[in-house]
Design a binder for this molecule. Structure first.
Ligand code: HEC
Ligand code: HEC
Length: 421
């Protein structure tokens, strides 16, 4: 952190909201920690690393044991320091974002406070039938109050509900590592996600869907800030700012404003950077090549089994019997992105590449939705973008759509064994 106090001129509005929120926090002792915050992630992750190292001791060579014991000791110290870390992060995040009943909408997030109000808080209905607390009414039992994907129903579902706090989404029209647009989120809410527990909310009025979309973004942004604070807690600049922010008075306010500047608004690394540019990152859909649909399907099949690399995961039979992934697997040998989709404290769950011979497409399934998904892969689950010219992606779209109807046509690399089954 190079920025200094004198250089930063935080917006007055942000300061005012922040000061007000801190006053209210100071006035009531009721921390939201119990149900809104405190990523279980650091604790679960540290504990799992300790367990793994512990287990490795049994088979380790004698000369390695000393190193392993030292690592375990360091991790245990980290675990010991966690409550204090959590206290500070929670205080700051609460001050910035409020509680589920009284959310604060910082101007730096650009979120619409009226929409957030409609979605947040306890479920209510007035005499005109207007409802509040939409998130708790419709989403909380799966996605959890904090959006941590750990509502009471969550652990029994496969796939697990999304943990919004990491800001990763599967089904979006935007490029690799980009956020979904509001339209993408709206579409997910209206259509649900076929073949999973995520229901369709088509029957809700448009204004309520909009409010829920805004609230999903609020929970994501909040979680991303929280996670960043944990990750960067020991960075010199951040540490100094946190210590300053915990102080009362004007100096504390300035430090808090600096945190907002740094974590949210920074044009390169701030959490808002990717959210704000989502609309500019919608993937361009090139015109379809002019070939007959049979020809296109045939070309798509060649790409699927050839240079597209699809067969590696979806398998010879395209039934999803290739490589299997695991969600919330913190083992560094597997893709990191996957674990950030669901609550890390849940037991590991296998993530099968889809059986493409079923008709069920989970994400939005218009041709242009499929085009964008196949052009970019599904970054959040490690499905890569194929290295083929953009117009050839149309052949993959056509082939994937035809797959459920392509009976008795084993893939060229399919073994006799699988063929018999
Ligand atoms: C019965 C459980 C359940 C309920 C209720 C539920 N969801 Fe979900 N939701 C899920 C599951 C499961 C997934 C993950 C599906 C997947 O990974 O393919 C999910 C995924 C999502 C996603 C991520 C989509 C993506 O592209 O990654 C969003 C956004 C979402 N839900 C929003 C909501 C909102 C808002 C509500 C309330 C209006 C809600 N959900 C209610 C189970 C639920
Ligand atoms: C590294 C493994 C991997 C590779 C390579 C891969 N996929 Fe996937 N694919 C997956 C996984 C995992 C899923 C399941 C995503 C989920 O959780 O919904 C998936 C899902 C899909 C889906 C379903 C999307 C939906 O909305 O339901 C389609 C279609 C698909 N893949 C097509 C392809 C094509 C075509 C290729 C080759 C260009 C390909 N995949 C390459 C792993 C892979």
């Amino acid at each position: 952190m190079k920025r200094t106090l004198s250089k930063a001129r935080p917006s007055v509005l942000a300061l005012v909201t922040l000061a007000a929120s801190l006053a209210s926090l100071a006035g009531c002792d009721q921390s939201s920690q119990a149900y809104f915050t405190a990523t279980s992630a650091p604790k679960a992750e540290i504990q799992r690393s300790i367990d793994r190292l512990d287990a490795s001791l049994a088979t380790a060579k004698d000369e390695q044991k000393e190193d392993i014991r030292t690592s375990i000791k360091n991790l245990e110290e980290e675990l010991g320091a966690l409550p204090e870390k959590q206290r500070i992060v929670t205080t700051i995040v609460d001050a910035m974002f409020g509680t589920p009943d009284k959310p604060i909408v910082l101007s730096a997030t650009g979120l619409d406070a009226n929409k957030i109000r409609l979605a947040a808080g306890p479920t209510t209905a007035n005499q005109d039938g207007n409802t509040g607390g939409l998130y708790r009414r419709h989403c909380v039992h799966c996605h959890g109050v904090a959006g941590n994907g750990a509502g009471p129903t969550a652990e029994f579902l496969n796939p697990y509900p999304r943990d919004f706090r990491h800001g990763w989404f599967k089904f979006k029209s935007t490029g690799i590592n980009e956020k979904p647009t509001d339209d993408d989120l709206r579409r997910i809410l209206r259509e649900g996600i076929n073949g999973t527990a995520m229901p369709s909310f088509k029957l809700l009025p448009a204004a309520e869907i909009d409010a829920l979309v805004e609230y999903v973004k609020y929970l994501s942004i909040r979680g991303e800030v929280e996670n960043t604070l944990y990750k960067r807690f020991d960075d010199d600049g951040i540490k100094e700012m946190l210590a300053g922010a915990m102080k009362g008075g004007e100096a504390g306010d300035e430090f808090r404003a600096l945190i907002i500047e740094d974590l949210l608004s920074d044009e390169a690394t701030g959490v808002m950077a990717t959210w704000k540019r989502a609309n500019e990152r919608i993937v361009e859909v090139v015109p379809r090549p002019e070939v007959s649909s049979e020809e296109s399907i045939q070309k798509g099949r060649e790409i699927f089994y050839g240079k597209g690399g699809c067969v590696q995961c979806h398998g010879d039979s395209a039934m999803g019997d290739g490589q299997t992934y695991y969600v919330n697997d913190i083992d560094a040998t597997r893709s990191n992105a996957i674990k950030q989709l669901v609550n890390p404290s849940f037991p590991m769950q296998a993530l099968k590449p889809r059986n493409l011979r079923y008709t069920v497409i989970r994400g939005p399934s218009r041709d242009i939705d499929l085009y964008r998904r196949l052009r970019n892969g599904i970054d959040a689950v490690g499905m890569p973008a194929p290295t083929i010219p953009p117009e050839e992606v149309w052949h993959l779209v056509d082939y994937v759509k035809s797959l459920p109807y392509e009976f008795n046509e084993p893939g060229p690399t399919q073994s006799e064994n699988t063929r018999a089954n």
